[in-house]
Write a protein that binds this ligand. Structure first.
Ligand SMILES: *Cc1c(COP(=O)(O)O)cnc(C)c1O
Length: 511
């Protein structure tokens, strides 16, 4: 039968579902005219629904700082609230929205708030949320210039601004993808094209079977999504050459030449700007020199660390960045743009395009030869995700981007200092960026247990949220500061909560 969405009687009361309408793929009211209910808006206008939704969103954002940061609801409670059978007859959009906001609420993590220090998350700037709403309303398909001209031009403009902010070559290609995982994939697909192309092999048409061998080199601390990209690209996660890392997780550049000596002429090297645990930067200058000497492609995963390049204070940490062949970063992390939003740049536009381009007879190029989004990304139909990035950059300006990056780093140092004064607390990393690793208690099993207990207690406490990790074989608390809303006060209150939990865990341990 045909499901009729939001089909309502005059008083907004659900009427009986109409019978099937032969050959009609969309809902029609019984009398053959389109009823108001077809839009799913019931008795409300679309404007009224959007206004009310804006209120619901503002209510959420205004109370973000006061919400408990963790979520305590059980999965079954969420299923009870949100589950049940698919309604036979549709419900009006406003009712659906109100109900969603109400029932999902206990399961919404305040990760966009000022005291969420888990993973590397970031929040959303007002300009970013606003542009994201417009992006949704406009519903452009940014795969093609002809279906989304403003979106394509905005990606071009914002891409150019970002190249400049990061100090990348003006000729570098740029693409807006879902996140750093697909940015890594795109960069490594371009690298695969280039190194095989130099051997006369077209990997896009010929595939990998029978292809000349490709060597991939990673640092021991490469992000898992580099390995995932290699997995998707048929290059394999396990056949890689691994260069040992130092105590901060930096690729040991002095060992790279001997690893490269074992590699053939088609080599891809993956370096990192911003280790997910310590925030440390691989030394890009000597790495680039070694890759240049050997020949090959150098990729830099800077999902959050690349933003150091946008700060005059931190820029020296990424010296040599522009010598690489490709770069990855996220805008949904440190630029505080909503998910999903990542970026890839390459110094080889032809290789980039060859790796990701699609073509079909009905996709004739536009007259002016304008850029089509789907030629540069692993997607075909795609969200116009340049708008929120563009709006955020405009609202911050060059100075604002540098300021938020530097502020987060300062706050990371502040929380480290506040915690370090407590006896039995050790900061395990050099706090060079926005990441802090904290250890409670002695080395060994007792300290591991205590550290995990403190992390769990902080998560229950609800003042702030942070996660645990394992660093050099020992348990550690991991704090990441990457939200524009975080203030000195937030850091002070959070450090106090962490120390309170640490003291309580010590008391219970000695009991
Ligand atoms: C977060 C992160 C990724 C993956 O990024 P997504 O946006 O989650 O796909 C890759 N590399 C590093 C260093 C990261 O921090």
């Amino acid at each position: 039968m045909v499901l009729v969405r939001g089909h309502r009687g005059p008083a907004g009361v659900a009427g009986p579902p109409p019978g099937p309408v032969a050959g009609v793929g969309y809902p029609l009211p019984i009398d053959g005219r389109r009823a108001e209910g077809d839009m799913g808006v019931g008795d409300m206008s679309e404007r009224a629904i959007l206004r009310r939704t804006a209120e619901l969103a503002a209510d959420f954002l205004e109370t973000l700082g006061e919400r408990p940061v963790g979520v305590s609801v059980s999965p079954d409670e969420l299923r009870a609230r949100l589950g049940g059978p698919l309604p036979e007859v549709g419900e009006p959009a406003l009712e659906v929205t109100e109900r969603l906001a109400r029932e999902a609420d206990p399961g919404i993590v305040a990760s966009a708030g000022p005291r969420y220090f888990g993973f590397v998350i970031g929040g959303s700037y007002p300009a970013a949320v606003a542009a994201d709403w417009l992006t949704t309303a406009w519903d452009q398909n940014a795969g093609l210039y002809v279906s989304a001209p403003a979106a394509m031009v905005v990606e071009e403009v914002a891409g150019g601004w970002l190249r400049e902010l990061f100090g990348l070559p003006a000729s570098a290609s740029v693409a807006f993808v879902t996140g750093a995982t697909m940015a890594n994939w795109t960069a490594l697909a371009a690298a695969r094209h280039e190194v095989l192309g130099r051997a006369g092999w077209n990997v896009e048409t010929q595939g990998l079977q029978g292809a000349p061998e490709v060597d991939v080199v990673v640092g021991a601390e490469a992000h898992v999504t580099i390995l995932a990209a290699l997995q998707y690209l048929g290059l394999g996660r396990e056949g890689v050459h691994v260069v040992p890392a130092d105590e901060q997780g930096r690729l040991r550049a002095e060992l790279l030449p001997s690893v490269l000596a074992e590699c053939g002429p088609r080599t891809i090297v993956c370096a990192q700007a911003g280790n997910v645990n310590t925030g440390a930067f691989d030394p890009l200058e000597p790495i680039a020199a070694a890759v240049r000497e050997h020949g090959g492609w150098l990729h830099v995963d800077g999902a959050f660390g690349l933003w150091a390049a946008a700060s005059p204070e931190l820029r020296p940490r990424v010296a040599g960045l522009a010598l690489a062949d490709s770069w990855t970063t996220d805008t949904h992390k440190w630029l505080n743009v909503p998910y999903d939003s990542g970026l890839v740049f390459t110094a080889h536009p032809a290789a980039h395009r060859a790796a990701t381009s699609v073509s079909a007879a009905y996709l004739a190029a536009t007259e002016g030869g304008e850029r089509d989004g789907f030629d540069w990304t692993p997607e075909y139909s795609r969200r116009a995700r340049g708008f929120p990035v563009y709006a955020t950059l405009r609202s911050l300006g060059r100075a604002g981007v540098a300021e938020v990056v530097e502020r987060c780093c300062r706050l990371a140092r502040r929380v480290a200092e506040l915690l370090a004064v407590e006896p039995g607390v050790t900061i395990l990393n050099e706090v060079v960026l926005n990441q802090v690793l904290v250890r409670f208690g002695p080395a060994g099993t007792a300290g591991d247990e205590r550290t995990r207990a403190v992390v769990a207690a902080v998560q229950r406490d609800g003042t702030c949220w942070l996660g645990g990790t394992t660093w050099h074989g020992q348990a550690a608390m991991r704090i990441s500061v990457s939200n524009w809303r975080t203030t000195d006060d937030d850091v002070d209150v959070s450090a106090a909560a962490i120390l309170r939990c640490a003291r309580a865990s010590q008391t219970s341990a000695t009991r």
